[in-house]
Design a protein around this ligand. Structure first.
Ligand code: S3P
Length: 172
């Protein structure tokens, strides 16, 4: 892998719709590293979807499971790891990331995020009266925290290959 990574995990953070999954897969492929999706690992471990977890057990239970699964994933690296949008907000997870890899914020504006999430109605946090407004509120709350990531790459509404080039540049 690239110099900046030096055998460590690359952990993609950012809001829902930032492209963590799509970009993560491409980057992993290019760097010849495994790609791990935290939410998918959680779903496998819990044998239910993230949405079901939220409904049946509530967000605090989901967050506890998220940290347990996340810790295991990071220990198994090196890999390209995409996180759920809330993972980096938890200081425990930020500490785990700092110890095992490089954090990269995929940053996007509201229109880009909304454009991507509105097509799929799977996000429990966006099951509100005005999901676009909710997304905006999450941006306001979380962007100062995502800004603590070691690297930031803009994920605009362009071809994902373009974003991937910027990711590789940031790692060089
Ligand atoms: C969440 C984002 C989701 C998922 C869960 C909570 C969040 O992941 O982990 O619904 O708190 O922003 P994606 O960012 O992959 O949609």
């Amino acid at each position: 892998a690239l110099a900046g990574l030096a055998g460590r995990n690359l952990i993609l953070v950012g809001l829902m719709g930032a492209g963590k999954t799509a970009i993560g897969k491409l980057v992993a492929n290019t760097l010849n590293l495994p790609y791990i999706d935290t939410d998918q690992e959680i779903e496998t471990a819990a044998r239910m979807t993230v949405s079901e977890l939220f409904t049946r057990y509530g967000e605090p239970e989901f967050r506890a499971l998220e940290t347990r699964v996340f810790e295991r994933i990071l220990a198994e690296g090196p890999a390209v790891v995409s996180t759920g949008g809330g993972a980096f907000i938890n200081p425990v997870n930020r500490e785990l990331i700092a110890r095992s890899g490089l954090s990269m914020w995929l940053k996007a504006d509201l229109e880009t995020l909304w454009d991507r999430v509105k097509r799929r109605q799977t996000r429990p946090l966006l099951k509100t009266e005005n999901p676009k407004q909710t997304l905006k509120e999450l941006m306001d709350k979380r962007y100062p925290v995502y800004a603590e990531a070691e690297l930031t790459v803009w994920s605009r509404n362009v071809r994902k290959e373009t974003v991937m080039r910027d990711v590789l540049k940031a790692l060089a």
